[in-house]
Design a protein around this ligand. Structure first.
Ligand code: ASP
Length: 336
């Protein structure tokens, strides 16, 4: 019989109402699991449950918790056929992206899931998300970090939370679903990554100083100049459309020049969830291209942030980070 580890990190799925709003409650979720009949059906895998020391609203997740999740999966890798990570939806796409890089040579399913309505409330989406995630983790068809929510299985580093209140809260704007769960779970076999038979390695992440800057019309970029110190190793710029910024022509705005002079890796992503950055298509992105900014292609901001943490934690020089940011490592971008 297949065996799956359910790792509870926090999030709405196991939250309860408190005087200050919904918050995670230690010990509650394990008892709630006992009331789910489906989990005892013979077609369900055997599962163990484990709870993080401190349960978090995922807004409070940091690199430290990503490392903890990675360590638990790494330590228990040979004991289980797959893993289900219960996580808050707000930053689930960041954590799933980070783990997709950190768990090198992964050859088993690691399925992130959660819910929009807590398990303790009526009409909760927790049960289906949990039961289907467990099934996917036991099936072993997918051998990568993925995210199951609202009937769809996404590659973890391609998903984005796009809705604060819909039960289908995630979408992969630039990649196909890995599976769709209707009456049957239909895997999209041609979209899956090949299983890796090498030994699993865990790359833990450092608290690398990085930033995200979203461009808007009339942005007074000089206000952000103090942010561009030598300490800042990488920045993701969320630009307009295909990579455009105000004053992005030959006359590069001083803030960008300063960052590049400091050796900060500037990665250009788009504010459009669908489509790809293409530096140099417009005059307003040519300066970025000529100055050596990295093209983030069709990567999500979540994946770009996680990838910067990962590559700097690997010890690469800024020049190597620039090269690798444009290459596909874990299915996070479409190779041109
Ligand atoms: N604030 C919650 C969290 O991300 C939202 C959720 O889980 O849906 O932990």
């Amino acid at each position: 019989m297949k065996k799956v580890l359910i790792l509870h990190t926090g999030g709405t799925i196991g939250m309860m109402p408190t005087e200050r709003g919904y918050a995670p409650v230690k010990g509650y979720f394990e008892t709630a699991l006992e009331d789910i009949r489906d989990l005892k059906f013979p077609e369900m895998p055997q599962w163990d449950f484990m709870e993080m020391e401190v349960l978090l609203d995922s807004s409070n997740m940091t690199v430290e918790e990503w490392n903890e999740i990675g360590e638990i999966i790494y330590d228990k890798y040979h004991e289980y056929d797959g893993f289900v990570v219960l996580h808050g939806t707000d930053t689930m796409a960041y954590t799933a992206s980070a783990l997709s890089f950190m768990l090198e040579n992964l050859g088993k399913p690691v399925v992130f899931t959660g819910s929009q309505i807590p398990m303790c409330c009526v009409r909760s989406d927790a049960r289906d998300n949990l039961i289907t995630s467990l099934t996917i983790a036991a099936d072993g068809v997918v051998n990568e970090v993925c995210l199951y929510f609202g009937g769809k299985l996404h590659r973890g580093n391609r998903a984005t939370k796009f809705s604060a209140d819909k039960l289908i809260a995630f979408h992969s704007f630039n990649a196909p679903y890995l599976a769709e769960a209707d009456i049957d779970i239909k895997y999209n076999l041609s979209a899956l990554r090949k299983p890796c038979t090498d030994d699993l390695r865990l790359r833990k992440l450092d608290r690398v100083p990085i930033g995200v800057l979203k461009i808007f019309p009339g942005i007074q970029l000089d206000l952000f100049e103090s942010m561009m110190t030598e300490r800042l190793r990488g920045v993701v710029i969320e630009t307009f459309g295909a990579g455009n910024i105000p004053g992005g022509g030959d006359e590069l705005i001083p803030i960008i020049r300063k960052a590049l002079a400091h050796g900060t890796v500037i990665t250009v992503c788009s504010q459009c969830p669908q489509g790809s950055v293409s530096l140099g298509t417009y005059e307003t992105s040519s300066g970025l291209k000529n100055a050596g900014a990295v093209c983030g292609w069709d990567m999500t901001t979540e994946a770009a942030v996680a990838k910067l943490y990962y590559l700097f934690s690997c010890g690469y020089t800024a020049d190597m980070v620039k090269v690798k940011m444009e290459e596909d490592i874990a299915g996070e971008l479409t190779v041109r």
